[in-house]
Design a protein around this ligand. Structure first.
Ligand code: ALA
Length: 597
């Protein structure tokens, strides 16, 4: 097996699929475009949903990429051997082109051929979908693995829970998958040990999804108009295997980051006990993830809502654990700089935005230190007023909710002084609070990119007109910072340093309604990014599709790079109405608007 660095694996993967006729496309932003269902891009397929649903991709029907992804659902597991909040997914795509035979043959070739990864085929195990009422048993995939020489006892049939891929609980493209595992050398956990048992013997490294169904909003399935392949190989996991490491945190990726934390803290990572190791890994993982979030082409900053909230939580958790390791205050920007240096060649946006990354990390650390000092004072007040030596759940929650004082700090301080904390009461108050606020939840409304309904298309077009209107009324420097469209309304974030006044909003509304009244056809053209820029198209997509992009024009009003879908004529839009203008995060305003019929 080849011992590759992360940079080498990225290049090798893309080179292999280029050789199989794939166009290499750039990673999309971590912040989904026009998709209200998730806060972050959680898999390589996510930005490609419109194309999996049948829209034509400008780069062709065979694509390969390395997509940056964030999943914060299992943030509490970060720090074990394989969980991270940020990860890179290597993927190859067939948009109605090849299907199971080619996908499986190429996966096998890339994994086992001496020219590529050269993994000993005896170490590899495979799973296929066992079949149920929604779709048949995948004997076809099983057959292709067998043809390649894989023995029967290396192939398992597993149920939908393990061998089906599709956005859970949502509508969208989905289908059975076949997964590839490597034997880590750990002993089997028992006679029933298989790749689904999670004991650690088998580590999943790659997943080939055969997307041939669309899951409807009502949970039923319909065949897709085209059959697609969506694959995802975890970069961190695969290099851990290739480098002979038992943990993703021991690879060339994390080595310089952990070394920096070690140097700052004075504590040693090697030989540290599990708890200390975990603290090191949490700091490394969270700062890596934060650097990618802030450094993203649609960079976000810490705030109390949506993506900014998740970022704030990651940074504050990193700060807390860095404190435990003895890292002095206000040093985490230096750790972020190491992340920038390590990933800069593969992700130039990190280098371009390096000042923003280190600046935001430093600012958030200062803010948090201030919060903690304030919280400490409040804690002292609470502690001084105790009658029975117990801090009630509600008081602990108030420290957390009103003063931002982490519950862990309350628990630690209380323990030092022999004070008890009603943790159950805190948990109860916390749960109630979580149910009320949606911040922090990754999965949200239904709909999203898979929603190509007419009203959604109209709102997409209205969003372009809104951006053009804002530029006209507020001067030409407005660009999109985020967009979120449901069938009912649009939400649009843009850079602007102050509140937008009522009369300005009125003029923007007028501009959009004028374009609607003019009843012009919306035009779509494909061209290179450079050409689009030359023609004056706006759009945040310029790093996304590599060479060719779609440009939607509302002649006389707007020209924007976008993946669609859009209304055919502005007259279809109805009446445009701005419902709300508010702050979204520092330097970013948010507008909510609707189309009234
Ligand atoms: N979309 C598939 C996954 O994320 C490849 O596992």
């Amino acid at each position: 097996m080849k011992n590759l660095t992360s940079d080498e694996l990225r290049s090798m993967y893309l080179e292999f699929f280029k050789g199989k006729g794939h166009a290499v496309i750039k990673s999309a932003s971590l912040i989904p475009e026009n998709d209200p269902t998730v806060l972050f891009t959680t898999a390589g397929m996510h930005p490609l949903v419109p194309y999996l649903m049948g829209e034509k991709h400008p780069a062709g029907a065979r694509l390969a990429d390395v997509q940056k992804c964030v999943r914060t659902g299992d943030i509490d597991e970060v720090g074990d051997e394989s969980h991270c909040t940020f990860f890179e997914m290597l993927g190859n795509w067939s948009l109605g082109d090849y299907f199971k035979k080619e996908a499986i043959t190429w996966s096998y070739e890339f994994l086992t051929s001496e020219k590529w990864l050269g993994i000993d085929s005896d170490l590899l195990y495979f799973t296929c979908f066992a079949g149920d009422a929604d779709a048949p048993k995948d004997t076809v995939s099983h057959g292709f693995w067998a043809e390649l020489g894989v023995k029967d006892d290396h192939i398992f049939y597993l149920e939908k829970k393990y061998n089906w891929w599709g956005p859970a609980g949502q509508s969208g493209p989905c289908g059975p998958d076949t997964e590839m595992f490597i034997d880590t050398g750990k002993p089997a956990c028992g006679p029933d040990c298989d790749p689904s048992c999670g004991c650690g013997k088998y580590l999943e490294i790659w997943n080939d999804v055969f997307m041939e169904y669309n899951k409807r909003q009502d949970g039923t399935f319909e065949p897709l108009s085209q059959k697609n392949v969506d694959t995802g190989m975890g970069l961190d996991r695969t290099i851990a295997i290739l480098q002979g490491k038992s943990s993703v945190y021991e690879t060339d990726v994390f080595a310089p980051i952990l070394a920096k934390i070690q140097a700052l803290s004075g504590a040693a990572y090697e030989g540290a006990d599990e708890q200390m190791k975990r603290a090191f890994r949490i700091v490394a993982d969270h700062i890596r993830c934060a650097a990618f979030m802030i450094g993203d082409e649609k960079g976000i900053t810490p705030s109390n809502v949506d993506q900014g909230y998740v970022l704030r939580r990651l940074l504050r958790r990193a700060i807390r654990f860095a404190g435990k390791l003895g890292v002095p205050e206000n040093k985490l920007a230096e750790v972020a700089q190491v992340v920038i240096d390590k990933y800069g060649a593969a992700y130039p946006e990190l280098v371009e935005n390096s000042k923003r990354i280190t600046g935001e990390v430093a600012k958030e650390e200062e803010r948090f230190q201030k919060t903690i000092r304030q919280g400490l004072k409040e804690f002292e007040k609470v502690a001084a007023g105790l009658q029975n030596g117990v801090i009630g759940g509600k008081s602990a929650f108030r420290l957390y909710d009103t003063f931002g004082f982490p519950i862990e700090f309350t628990l630690e301080l209380a323990e030092e002084r022999g004070i008890k904390v009603e943790k159950d009461g805190f948990d109860e108050a916390f749960r109630r609070h979580q149910q009320l606020s949606h911040a922090g939840a990754e999965q949200r409304f239904a709909g999203g990119l898979a929603d190509t309904g007419e009203q959604t298309a109209r709102l997409h077009t209205a969003t372009h007109l809104l951006l053009a209107g804002l530029n006209k009324v507020l001067g030409g420097d407005i660009s999109q910072k985020g967009s979120n469209i449901t069938a009912e309304r649009l939400r649009f974030d843009f850079n602007f340093p102050r509140k937008v006044e009522k009369d300005e909003l009125d003029r923007v509304e007028e501009f959009v309604n004028e374009a609607i009244a003019a009843g012009v056809d919306v035009k779509m053209e494909e061209m290179s990014v450079d050409e689009a820029k030359q023609k004056g198209a706006t759009g945040v997509f310029d790093a996304k599709y590599g060479e060719v992009v779609k440009v939607y024009t509302v002649p006389g009003y707007s020209m924007e790079i976008c993946g669609g879908p859009h209304a055919k004529n502005t007259a279809d839009l109805g009446k445009f109405k701005i419902k709300k203008e508010q702050s979204s995060s520092s330097g970013v305003r948010r507008i909510k608007a609707v189309l009234e019929q």
